[in-house]
Design a protein around this ligand. Structure first.
Ligand code: FAD
Length: 465
């Protein structure tokens, strides 16, 4: 097929559950492309020789070769290409912000719409999970032992890449389940937990040992892992999951949650099935969430599914400045989430017996761009008003949990508490590496995975010395 013909094929739409129906259930919103649609979509790729999309992918999937294999219907080859660079493709195909990564670099996207790399990644990963037997042949053991602290995307990717090299890897995870944000943060309706479990199980079959309910910094220190437990190297990937609060009056009221607590209760502990599951969550008729990122979007869409009407999203800038993935914003709107833009909470108001009854907000207007390049919100005097709600959720960001750095004082951190690393991703302690959100601050799944992959290569070199 020539380029002109490829350019004529329209971007294939992702089938979705109807908004009316899905705003009351936790099943996945996106349903996945059918085989013929996937083949057509793959034909849209222009097969550029100097493929910019590959540089836009933090784990460097060979996208043109992958697209070609899908277009030819050779899904086995497509899966091989994918798994060679990405150990968690069923996950990244669902949650990566492709529109600012690989798809942003797509040449055909400059003239019309980009090739839907993410849709095809998901399609091939799902096909492989259901249709092809494991082709894992563990390499001979090197006898070297590596401890990975944290079972999120950075830790799991690093573990998988090290296992491919024959190292013995043990992942220590604080929660009762591995996956990090993938299991406790991102809701079932965006990323079914069965997909995460299947990709984690694959790592186990590659020889990765995963030990849950171990809090490094308490159960073991980093020094214990090296000096007493006999690990030859350590990768710290404990994320940045400590919630930040706005510090406004009323945050002590009953009914105020951090988004992390709210989402952990619902996703990891299954509170949406309470009382069948032990953990409850407050179900209120009106819920307001403050924030503009993926976390806020997940919290408000969860609140909607738990019956809130309205479920209101409060954001201090306009829709254009929202950092959330474009698809999540669109889906939230379709599901009936109310967007209250250019508005910022100043106080949470309570009833006499200490429950949330409303949030007082102030209107904002956009001023000059700030350090982030986005126009900054400026309060409008005398514009205060109330939004009635019985649950108020704060999703304005997270920071590093100091547990590990406090118990390992020789680990250098920057002024925000994030771990400092050198060009080889090694920390100030020889043999101890770090990556993911604990180095970058809250970022994305694929950036964390890219860190895990690069660090695995650096650890491999370090162990060979
Ligand atoms: C609600 C939510 C939605 C998001 N949506 C998206 C999205 O759609 N797309 C996207 O690309 N990114 C998204 N992100 C961001 C993304 O999930 C993170 O950037 C990514 O998960 C970081 O990976 P990580 O491995 O560094 O950390 P994490 O995923 O946070 O994993 C760290 C792991 O370490 C464990 N841990 C912590 N402390 C210890 C300890 N002391 N001992 C042992 N284990 C420990 C934690 O329990 C956790 O399992 C979202 C984040 C949130 C919170």
């Amino acid at each position: 097929m020539n380029t002109a013909d490829r350019m004529k094929i329209p971007r294939q739409a992702m089938p979705e559950q109807e908004p009316q129906e899905r705003s009351h259930n936790f099943q996945e919103v996106n349903l996945g492309l059918a085989t013929e649609a996937a083949r057509l979509e793959a034909e849209r790729c222009l097969r550029c020789r100097n493929a910019k999309c590959v540089t836009g992918c933090p784990v460097g999937v060979n996208i043109p070769h992958f697209m070609e294999a899908v277009a030819e219907g050779d899904l086995n080859r497509a899966a091989d290409i994918l798994f060679e660079s990405n150990v968690l493709p069923g996950i990244t195909g669902r949650v990566c912000p492709q529109e600012i990564q690989c798809e942003a670099q797509c040449i055909r996207g400059k003239k019309s719409t980009s090739a839907a790399v993410g849709y095809l990644e998901r399609f091939v990963a799902d096909w492989a999970r259901e249709n092809r037997p494991d082709q894992l042949v563990p390499p001979p053991s090197t006898g070297k032992r590596v401890a990975v602290v944290g079972g999120g995307p950075a830790g799991l990717t690093c573990a998988g890449e090290l296992a491919k090299k024959g190292h013995q890897v043990t992942v220590f995870e604080a929660m009762h389940k591995p996956g990090g944000v993938l299991v406790y943060g991102i809701p079932e309706f965006r990323l079914p937990k069965a997909i995460v479990d299947a990709e984690v199980d694959k790592l186990r079959r590659m020889g990765v040992r995963i030990v849950c309910d171990v809090v490094v910094g308490q159960t073991y220190t980093i020094r214990d892992l090296l000096d007493e437990e006999g690990f030859h190297a350590v990768f710290i990937a404990n994320g940045a999951g400590l919630p930040i609060f706005q510090g406004i009056p009323g945050e002590q009221l009953k009914g105020v949650y951090s988004a992390n607590e709210y989402l952990t209760r619902v996703n990891l502990m299954g509170a949406f099935r309470f009382p069948a599951n032990d953990t409850p969550v407050i179900r209120a008729p009106q819920i307001a969430v403050v924030g503009g990122g993926n976390v806020a979007m997940d919290a408000v869409r969860t609140a909607r599914r738990l019956g809130a009407d309205p479920a209101t999203l409060i954001y201090r800038r306009s829709r254009e400045e929202m950092p959330a993935r474009a698809e999540e914003v669109k889906h939230a709107e379709q599901e009936g989430v109310v967007f209250d833009m250019l508005c910022s909470p100043v106080e949470i108001l309570g009833t006499e017996d200490g429950w949330v009854r409303a949030v007082r907000c102030q209107r904002m207007e956009l001023g000059e761009p700030d350090a982030s390049g986005r126009r900054s919100p400026v309060p409008i005097a005398g514009s205060e008003f109330e939004i009635p709600c019985q649950v108020f959720i704060e999703a304005i960001g997270t920071r590093a949990n100091p547990l590990i750095t406090q118990t390992t004082p020789e680990l250098k951190t920057n002024k925000w508490g994030y771990i400092e690393i050198d060009a080889n991703n090694m920390t100030s302690i020889p043999g101890v590496f770090a990556g993911g959100d604990i180095v970058r601050g809250a970022a994305t799944v694929i950036l964390a995975m890219g860190d895990g992959k690069r660090t695995a290569a650096a650890i491999n070199t370090y162990l060979a010395k």
